[in-house]
Design a protein around this ligand. Structure first.
Ligand SMILES: [Zn+2]
Length: 553
């Protein structure tokens, strides 16, 4: 029987790491390859990616990777994906420019086939016919996807909001979406990030009045920090700076890179003579300059952090400066942002946050946008994606309660690792596989094995014990006392005798072992570890990492 399988590898029940396999017959496409930012930094790791090994069993079926847009949680894992599965990539011009930079950094640009597509292009990939539908979002050049298969059409929204008046580009292409709605849509896979928010998401233009006010009432220097990918927001700042007779200087690598790409592609219209270098900016009066800076999330190495802590070369934030934080707080960043704001206040800066004025709007669909989406696509099944479980759940509840024709039967909640199957009889979740995420070392860009993380976790919670035993090679008899040292283990002090008892236990255990067990060094080591582990668990109830060393004399 014909069937479609939907296999999310990430982005469902969590923020970030968006990636989904879609399989029809013996062909499979993958939508997005995003990275994640674990909320609690797990033992020195800041970045995670989906576990692509999961796709190994489908290696022969994989035909293409489609990127909906250029946010890191959709393309951040691209190099790691392509290193494992070198598939042709289909995406928009801006996303492609970002992807190219990324692949260049990994020195693999020449080994990858990138297809640039325009809105309403149709890519025929085996049995899949994919139309790229222009979507509005906080970024530019974003797509929703209409994925046509012989069994039916899927709509994958990517990230979206229904913006009727974006600053750059056209409004969301509801016309094309409606065409598919008329033809019949089997399933709508839809962004849930803002499913808990009532009403419509304001247009990107909604922030202009507040910025106008800030520009007109400020006589000192203005620093605006926003996501470096928010090209529309940057356009607004460029326009206002020009209008109010200020120049713009861009600080921070990712911001400079994105401005350069968007300028080259003609997406960002920089008014004549408005952008200047850092050196030039230092010669201007305070009311003649705006600095666009990275670091709205309080990132420790970003430009704003350095300016706020006196560690930026050649300049610092001073009394009289106005700092505009034009971004939302990404979950997990609250503490860093709070620390950043503390530093800025200490320096006497005036801080303008999202809470106080409308200087930021979301890029994601709120409930009334969701309603428009569902009523236009009119899918047989709705599958909430992109978001924490709470948001997926509220997405389902909202549509059940506010859009006619939707109930528990046709709004399906799935999780990462589920296989959601559609066929002529209906839809069902077949299995759930446990997916471990893969962690990335930011400095080397290499993968960190899951075992390493587990080891770090054990070290952090239980500490480490090192055991050194010296044995006579010929007789198999222990020489002297075993040496045991503890690092970061709770419940150990010099007076309570645990250390001495541990030594005693090991000595006795060795005494009771037959010679054959001692001369086999691996077996001996493992036996010692198990003895010490049992002892520590019984005596102080802990499970530290135990490192055993045997010295032969
Ligand atoms: Zn996005």
């Amino acid at each position: 029987m014909e069937r479609i399988e939907i296999i999310p590898l990430g982005g469902i029940g969590e923020f970030g790491m968006n990636c989904m396999g879609i399989r029809y017959g013996d062909e499979m496409i993958v939508v997005d390859a995003g990275m994640g930012f674990p909320e609690e930094t797990p033992y020195g790791v800041d970045i995670s990616i989906p576990n692509f090994d999961f796709l190994e069993e489908f290696r022969g079926d994989l035909t293409a990777l489609i990127l909906t847009h250029g946010h890191e949680d959709h393309i951040g894992a691209l190099p790691y994906f392509l290193k494992k599965f070198n598939l042709p990539v289909y995406t928009s011009r801006f996303t492609m420019a970002l992807a190219e930079r990324k692949l260049e950094e990994h020195k693999m640009l020449n080994d990858v086939l990138l297809h640039r597509v325009e809105p309403n292009d149709i890519a025929e990939i085996g049995n899949f016919k994919i139309e790229f539908i222009h979507a509005s979002h906080s970024l530019v050049d974003c797509f929703s996807l209409a994925i046509k298969t012989p069994l039916g059409t899927l709509i994958h929204t990517g990230d979206y909001k229904i913006d009727d008046t974006p600053v750059i580009g056209a409004p969301y292409d509801l016309k094309t979406l409606a065409k598919y709605g008329d033809e019949g849509v089997l399933a709508l896979l839809a962004d849930s990030t803002n499913a808990t928010v009532p009403g419509r998401t304001p247009s990107e233009r909604a922030v202009i009045p507040a910025f106008e006010e800030i520009f007109s009432e400020t006589s000192g220097r203005i620093f605006v920090s926003t996501f470096s990918s928010s090209i529309q927001r940057l356009q607004i700042i460029f326009n206002l700076a020009h209008e109010f007779g200020r120049k713009i200087c861009v600080l921070g690598r990712s911001m400079q890179k994105n401005v350069e790409i968007a300028d080259e592609l003609g997406i960002l219209q920089i008014p004549h003579n408005t952008m200047i270098s850092f050196g030039e900016s230092r010669a201007l009066n305070d009311d003649e300059i705006v600095y666009l800076v990275t670091g709205s999330q309080g990132e420790n190495r970003a430009a704003l952090w350095n300016l706020a802590t006196g560690s930026y070369k050649g300049m610092e934030i001073e009394k009289g400066d106005t700092v505009v934080l034009s971004a939302r707080i990404i979950p997990g960043n609250d503490k860093n942002i709070s620390r950043l704001i503390g530093h800025l206040y200490k320096r006497g800066a005036n801080i303008i946050e999202e809470k106080r004025r409308l200087i930021h709007v979301s890029g994601h669909a709120s409930q009334e946008d969701i309603k428009i989406m569902v009523e236009t696509a009119r899918p047989k099944y709705l599958v909430p994606i992109h978001g924490e479980y709470r948001m997926l759940f509220r997405h389902k509840e909202f549509v059940k309660n506010h859009v006619e024709g939707y109930s528990d039967e046709n709004v399906i909640l799935i999780e990462n690792g589920d296989v959601l199957e559609f066929d002529e009889r209906g839809a069902r979740v077949l299995e759930n596989r446990q997916l471990n995420r893969t962690f990335i070392d930011e400095d080397s860009s290499g993968e960190i094995e899951y075992d390493v993380i587990r080891e770090r976790k054990k070290l952090a919670s239980g500490g480490a014990v090192s055991l050194v035993v010296t044995v006579d090679k010929n007789s198999g008899v222990i020489v002297g006392e075993p040496k045991i040292s503890f690092q970061g283990v709770a419940g150990i002090d010099l007076t309570n005798g645990i250390s001495a008892n541990a030594r005693q236990t090991i000595t006795e255990a060795v005494g009771a072992m037959p010679k054959a067990q001692i001369t086999d060094l691996n077996l001996f080591k493992e036996n010692l570890r198990v003895h010490l582990k049992r002892f520590l668990q019984k005596e102080i109830g802990i499970k530290p990492v135990i490192v055993t060393t045997i010295v032969e004399v």
